[in-house]
Structure formats: structure tokens, C-alpha cells
Design a binder for this molecule. Structure first.
Ligand SMILES: NC(=O)c1ccc[n+]([C@@H]2O[C@H](COP(=O)([O-])OP(=O)(O)OC[C@H]3O[C@@H](n4cnc5c(N)ncnc54)[C@H](OP(=O)(O)O)[C@@H]3O)[C@@H](O)[C@H]2O)c1
Length: 295
């Protein structure tokens, strides 16, 4: 500190919290803080140019919007499907037409460990690397406790929890550290007081995925890989509409302050942000993207 300057509150504070800071100079950054410095413009960028992203279940609905939005930001995208190859090809064409990143479609059942591994292998084969994994594919059956059986339970936990966890494990060995991104998909059901009784198993899977994401962030965060969860409210997709009457759908739409259902395009930009360098300090979070919905 210059001899005639009185210490400010801030410099006093720094000298207390940084015992090495003789003369109130900041201690040199450690190797860790150098690596994750927030000062560079590159790190505030939401561009995904040159990044390779895998989005599970991305031929339709929310996954398709995510794949297209990542492509708009410049990523090469692996579009995954299990049934509808035409829908997947349409998403691929739409990404290629943007003229930024490349895209391929890969048929793989990501409700199985083998399917998930195959998808990751195909991504690396096609683009030579993997930076971003979005674990979007999920199933939502509607049964109360008296209606469920073991098959129903297992199919939900296999697709919504077990397979994404093992895909994250395999991806963690591939994606760059620092800089890699893993994003899970949960649901606002896990916090909604008005959750329906027949969302029992589905909500249990999403609760599990939120905890997996939260804990994994502590582990992979040490390598500069972020792990976050996005939890949409009701989004107008096949999965949402399945088994619901028009009256129920209208009720859910009107219960939102915006008087409408969410659209896949409401969710995708949040994923694109989390995938970007600008979100390097967002880790272990569950971001509810639901327009302040109560259900
Ligand atoms: N919609 C909502 O209201 C809502 C709310 C909260 C959370 N979410 C979550 O958001 C995610 C996406 O939901 P969504 O509504 O977009 O679903 P969706 O309308 O059912 O779309 C499913 C997509 O995933 C693919 N898919 C399904 N099972 C697959 C599998 N085993 N392997 C590979 N691909 C598979 C489908 O491909 P094919 O076309 O080939 O079948 C399709 O592209 C889910 O995790 C869901 O739980 C949705």
C-alpha cells in the first residue's frame, strides 16, 4: 500500500483472508485458479463452435430443440433416436442447414448400458471427441402405488436413472477437463406440491437423477467438468400429452402465470448456456425452467 494511503475496508479484509498477502498484494493465483480464471473473454462466451455434443433422445420434442439450439451455437451434434429415423434425419438436416456445426443421427436405445456406450462410441468415431453430454431421453408412465409392478418400476429406473448414470461415467473418461459438460434432465414434479399420485415412480427417478447430478458435480468439479440438472415444468410434447384429457391439459396450461404450456424452445437455451464456457461457475445446480408453474 502506498505510504500515505489509509487502508480501505477491502484491503483490510484481503489482508485478513489472504495471510500470504504481504503489503496487501494479492497472493499469486494457484494453478487451480489460473486454469479456471474468469477473466478471459473466451470464458464468457456462449459460443459452442468446435464442441461436440451428444443429446440423448433428440429426434423429437425437447431433445430436438436442444440439438438444434446447440447446433445454432456452433456445436457438432449427435442426434439420438430409437424409433423414428425420419424425425432424427430432419433434425440433422436442420442443424447442417445452419452451416455452423455438423450433425449425425445415431440409432441407439439409451435405456440400456450397451446402447449408451454405443452412442458415445459413435460420437467419438464421427467427430473425434466429446465435450457435452445432455442426458435428455426419459420415460414417463402414469401409475399409482396400487397399479405399479416391478416391470414398470424397472423400465423407469433403467431409462431415467441407471443408463444415464453409466453414460455419465463413460463420458467422464472422454470429455475434456477442464471444460466438459454433463447435463441431466429432471422435472419440476420433484418440487411441486400439486404432483399427481400417478407420478410416483417417474418422480422417484427424477429425484434420484437430481441427487446423482448434485453429488457428481462435487466429483467431476475437481476436474473442471460441470454437472447440472435442468428441470422443466409441463412442456407440450408427446410425453406430456400421453394419457391426459384436453381438460387436464387446459387446466395445467391455465395454472401457469403465462397461461400456457412450456414449449421445447423454452428449455433449450438454458441447456445451451450451461453447455457454454460462460457457465463454467454454474456447477451442481438444478435449474427449474417452468415459468413459475405450480405443477
Ligand atoms: N414434456 C414434459 O412436460 C417434461 C417435463 C419435465 C421433464 N421432462 C423430461 O424431458 C425429457 C424429454 O421429454 P420429452 O417430453 O421431450 O419426451 P418425448 O416427447 O417422449 O420425446 C422423446 C424423445 O426421446 C427419444 N427416446 C425415447 N426413448 C429413447 C431411448 N430409450 N433411446 C433413445 N431415444 C429415446 C425419442 O425418440 P423416437 O422418436 O425414436 O422414439 C424422442 O426423440 C425427459 O427426460 C422428460 O422426463 C419432460
Amino acid at each position: 500500500m502506498p505510504p500515505n494511503r489509509k487502508p480501505t475496508l477491502v484491503s483490510n479484509f484481503l489482508s485478513v483472508v489472504r495471510p500470504n498477502s504481504n503489503n496487501n498484494k494479492l497472493a499469486p493465483p494457484s494453478r487451480y485458479s489460473k486454469t479456471f480464471s474468469a477473466s478471459s473473454t473466451a470464458l464468457t462466451s456462449t459460443s459452442l463452435l468446435g464442441k461436440v455434443a451428444v443429446v440423448t433422445g433428440s429426434s423429437r420434442s425437447i431433445g430436438a430443440a436442444i440439438a438444434k439450439t446447440l447446433g445454432e451455437h456452433g456445436a457438432h451434434v449427435v442426434v439420438n433416436y430409437v424409433n423414428d429415423s425420419q424425425a432424427a434425419d430432419d433434425v440433422v438436416q436442420s442443424i447442417r442447414a445452419q452451416g455452423k456445426g455438423g450433425a449425425i443421427a445415431v440409432k441407439a436405445n439409451v435405456g440400456t448400458l450397451e446402447g449408451g456406450q454405443y452412442l458415445l462410441d459413435e460420437a467419438v468415431k464421427a467427430f473425434g471427441r466429446l465435450d457435452i453430454l445432455v442426458l435428455n431421453a426419459g420415460v414417463m408412465g402414469s401409475k399409482t402405488i396400487s397399479e405399479i409392478d416391478e416391470t414398470f418400476y424397472d423400465s423407469h429406473f433403467d431409462t431415467n436413472v441407471k443408463a444415464p448414470l453409466f453414460m455419465a461415467k463413460a463420458a467422464a473418461a472422454l470429455i475434456p477437463s477442464p471444460g466438459g459438460r454433463i447435463i441431466f434432465m429432471s422435472s419440476s414434479f420433484t418440487s411441486a406440491s400439486a404432483v399427481p399420485a400417478n407420478a410416483l415412480v417417474y418422480s422417484a427417478t427424477k429425484g434420484a437423477i437430481e441427487q446423482i447430478s448434485r453429488v457428481l458435480a462435487r466429483d467431476l468439479g475437481a476436474r473442471g467438468i460441470t454437472v447440472n440438472t435442468v428441470s422443466p415444468g409441463a412442456v407440450d410434447t408427446a410425453l406430456f400429452r400421453e394419457g391426459k384429457s384436453t381438460g387436464v391439459i387446459d387446466f395445467i396450461a391455465k395454472s401457469n402465470p403465462a397461461k400456457r404450456l412450456g414449449e421445447p424452445e423454452d428449455i433449450a437455451p438454458v441447456i445451451a448456456f450451461l453447455a457454454s464456457a460462460a457457465a463454467q461457475w454454474v456447477n451442481g445446480q438444478n435449474i427449474r425452467v417452468n415459468g413459475a408453474s405450480a405443477v
